[in-house]
Design a protein around this ligand. Structure first.
Ligand SMILES: [Zn+2]
Length: 386
């Protein structure tokens, strides 16, 4: 195995920053104009297919300068960002509405629009922002473009950094992860860990939002929409639900990758693409939308955490993982709530344990090519249905 660096990873570091009070208003006004300009340009670029910088410059530069009052460099950053957003939206087969920037912001080109020095960030246009708190782990690595956003009254600077991709370690086994609505079960023929998903907890906030909305709307017109306090509260509940899922996914994928690294396991999981696709066809309920969010984020974050920890990731075909006997490959039959039994070899386990063992088995075959014998798990060690 090659030693040293295997290319680069791009990650984003975030820092709280605070502008000098005398320039506060001016900066906020610039960021708001940038947002308006950006939204205008995104719509325009998508409609007119002006996806090249040259075209965008010709058609939009003067509009951004005159109508939105953006300085030249900021105007350039603005259509560059708009083109990037438009391209990624057009490339997404499941795209919804045209994306819109919601928070006041500024895109900052590296080496030109901003620099970090002596505990301050200097932004083109004479703004100086004091750094309040940040994660210094990746400070020494080369910086890329950055984004300054204003969220809930706080200024956050997100800088992209290029760090060396950790070398993948030599694996000794597989840590399989199986996810369902209630649990994510992680393990192999020797261990099993269960983490509850955050869907229920997030759902609670979705219901709060719904109740409030019902309470405040009359059949004639949406009174709640007119009452800012109520509307903000409803939005807060929805946001809270999403952030619960996001936090859970980040925390859990970090746990999985660290566990794998500690034991020198490869991480194996099912390909969730088809699962997400079939969920999309269901009626748009809160539970379904939270599940789609969880699975999509999990795909992304497990992949990312594995890269960061040098853990090899193996994605296996999901068909039949929870219905096939992991010992003899016969079809399992139901034997009580979420319990399955093999009529041929007598193997019996909880549905999630079955899935974990099958994912492990498929990953081992994928990794080492040959079928490796699995030790039968000691069923008494696992707590079925928790
Ligand atoms: Zn069997």
């Amino acid at each position: 195995m090659a030693l040293g660096c295997e290319g680069l990873l791009t990650l984003t570091i975030k820092m709280r920053v605070s502008p000098e009070p005398s320039l506060f208003k001016e900066l906020v006004s610039l960021m708001k104009r940038y947002r308006e300009g950006l939204n205008h340009v995104i719509g325009f670029v998508i409609e007119s297919k002006a996806l090249s910088l040259g075209k965008a410059h010709k058609l939009l530069y003067s509009v951004l300068k005159e109508r939105y009052g953006l300085p030249s460099k900021v105007a350039q950053d603005c259509y560059r960002e708009a083109i990037a957003i438009a391209k990624s939206w057009l490339g997404n087969p499941n795209r919804g509405r045209v994306p819109r920037a919601k928070t006041p912001r500024l895109w900052l080109t590296h080496g030109y629009s901003y620099r970090v020095r002596d505990g301050y960030v200097e932004v083109l246009g004479g703004f100086r922002l004091r750094i309040i708190g940040w994660d210094k782990r990746y400070y020494a690595y080369p910086s890329g473009d950055a984004r300054l956003i204003l969220k809930d009254g706080k200024f956050i600077l997100c800088i992209s950094k290029s760090v060396p991709r950790p070398v993948k370690y030599v694996v000794r086994g597989v840590l399989a992860a199986d996810v369902n609505e209630k649990h994510i079960v992680v393990g192999n023929s020797q261990y099993e860990y269960r983490f509850e998903t955050a869907v229920e907890k997030a759902l609670h906030y979705k219901h709060l939002a719904e109740e409030l909305q019902k309470k405040c709307s009359s059949p004639k017109y949406n009174a709640w929409l007119r009452r800012r306090g109520v509307r903000d509260r409803i939005r807060y509940f929805h946001r809270r639900a999403r952030s619960i899922i996001r936090d859970w996914v980040k925390k859990t994928s970090h746990k999985i990758a660290s566990l794998a690294k500690q034991h020198l396991y490869a991480v194996a999981k099912e390909d969730l693409t088809n699962l997400v696709e079939s969920l999309r066809k269901l009626p748009k309920e809160h539970r379904v939308s939270l599940l789609i969010l969880s699975y999509r984020k999990l795909e992304h974050w497990i992949d990312w955490q594995c890269e960061k920890n040098g853990a090899p990731l193996i994605v296996v075909e999901p068909r039949g993982t929870s219905t096939t006997c992991p010992m003899c490959s016969s079809k399992l039959i139901e034997n009580g709530y979420r319990r399955l039994r093999c009529s041929r070899c007598g193997f019996e386990a909880d549905r999630d344990t079955v899935a974990v063992l099958n994912i492990e088995k498929r990953a081992l075959v994928q990794m080492w090519g040959a079928l490796t014998p699995l030790n039968a798990p000691q069923v008494t060690d696992v707590a079925p249905n928790r």
